[in-house]
Ligand binder design. Structure first.
Ligand code: ZN
Length: 408
């Protein structure tokens, strides 16, 4: 029996199955290729009470996130996004040298570095020791740990409560949602704020982003559901922004319920209305989504089969977690994609989980002159097409798989 991890309601059958899939960020070395890989069913549930969309927890976060190959600083557009956020939040809420900024899942210091430039005291908490090491190297104090209520209680005991708590792309990664949000409540100073960013379920559904479903993302949130979840812990969402990152995310602003220094903006009410009119609170929406996903798979395979029959050479760009859902679900291996390339040296010379597609250095493409480059991180396709525009010299074209296959 599967229970909703937000409201404990008993869940019915999954509304979508993406087959069996290995963990998306377990890249393989050459020696690993002959070993058994663990596969887990990628099945997606919806809660009829609070409308949380979730996967079952097959692997603990400890096994997933303590050795991780995702370094946030390798995307230029993401860094620009973080710099802009820093300047905005400092200005709007008067964050200064006397404030304490605390970030959960602070990765390689990609964000806190900008607060540090203003002399604002910061602390990050990051479970992956190898990634935290990179943050420490650039002078960002980082605890190697998971954030939970016991971590928050320690902050409280040490008198180190936060003026600003930031959590970007971490809410989905934590299967113990209620413990996590209760931790936020404990770690936050009175009259202070929390901001969190996470991919918006509305975009996932509307723009067919089924590949963002993978085992590391335990939950998928609408604003409606997050508001409920925070309410359970006496936290109130007083503002929200729709932002373009990761194919369309929300940035929520939370405060203690008893704090009335920040008024609730109209954007809260407007977004709830928007979600309702997009039928996010209607189970039929989710069952229709399944049909769309299956049709996308057939269209992508049709394109690849046609290109291969014409003798075209196809390679991939990027090795993001979502690429692995797409490739495993569609059964795309080296029979379609010769290899993929990635700018991160941590991924080069490894292999994608499940499909065993090799990951190479971007320069490989210049030698190889493929006809098509399939962009797996479609959310940054503009940045990639600009970086790689030299493929036009030999008539190379870009292909984007989501929301549906399209050639550029
Ligand atoms: Zn629920």
């Amino acid at each position: 029996m599967v229970l909703c991890r937000a409201c404990n309601n008993e869940l019915r059958e999954p509304f979508l199955s993406l087959g069996n899939s290995p963990l998306s960020n377990t890249f393989l070395s050459k020696e690993d290729l002959n070993k058994t890989e663990p596969y887990y069913p990628l099945e997606v549930y919806i809660c009829e009470k609070c409308f949380l969309v979730q996967l079952e927890e097959f692997e603990t976060p400890k096994n997933i996130f303590t050795d991780y190959l995702y370094f946030a600083s390798y995307s230029d557009s993401w860094l620009q996004h973080c710099k802009k956020y820093t300047d905005m939040i400092i200005e709007r809420f008067g964050i200064n040298q006397n404030s304490f900024v605390f970030e959960i899942a602070s990765n390689d210091g990609y964000l806190l570095q900008y607060f540090k430039q203003y002399g604002i005291p910061v602390l990050g908490v990051e479970p992956a020791a190898n990634v935290a090491e990179a943050a420490k190297k650039i002078g960002i104090p980082t605890d190697v740990a998971f954030f939970d209520t016991s971590y928050a209680k320690k902050m409280e005991a040490d008198g180190k409560l936060a003026d600003l708590i930031i959590g970007n792309n971490v809410l989905a990664h934590n299967p113990n949602l209620n413990d996590f949000v209760e931790g936020l409540k404990i770690a936050l100073k009175p009259d202070c704020i929390i901001t969190m960013e996470f991919p918006h379920l509305l975009k996932l559904i509307e723009e067919n982003q089924f590949d963002t479903i993978y085992h590391e993302h335990f939950s998928y949130f609408s604003f409606y559901t997050v508001q409920k979840l925070f309410e359970f812990h006496n936290l109130e969402l007083f503002d929200v922004e729709e932002i373009p990152t990761h194919g369309g995310s929300l940035r929520i602003y939370a405060k203690h319920k008893e704090d009335d220094s920040n008024r609730i903006t109209n954007r809260v009410k407007d977004l709830l209305a928007k979600e309702k009119s997009a039928r996010l609170l209607d189970l039929k929406t989710y069952y229709n989504f399944k049909k769309k996903v299956e049709s996308t798979k057939r269209k992508l395979l049709q394109f690849l089969i046609h290109a291969k029959n014409e003798g075209r050479k196809i390679v991939g760009y990027g090795a993001p977690a979502k690429g692995n859902t797409l490739l495993n679900y569609c059964g795309i291996r080296t029979d379609f994609l010769d290899y993929t390339i990635d700018r991160s040296p941590h991924k080069q010379n490894k292999y994608l989980p499940g499909t065993h597609i090799p990951i190479k250095h971007p320069d490989e493409i210049k030698e190889d002159k493929p006809d098509y480059v399939l962009i797996l991180p479609w959310n940054i396709k503009d940045e990639i097409m600009e970086q790689m525009s030299f493929i036009r010299e030999w008539g190379g074209k870009f292909v984007v798989p989501i929301p549906e296959v399209k050639v550029f």
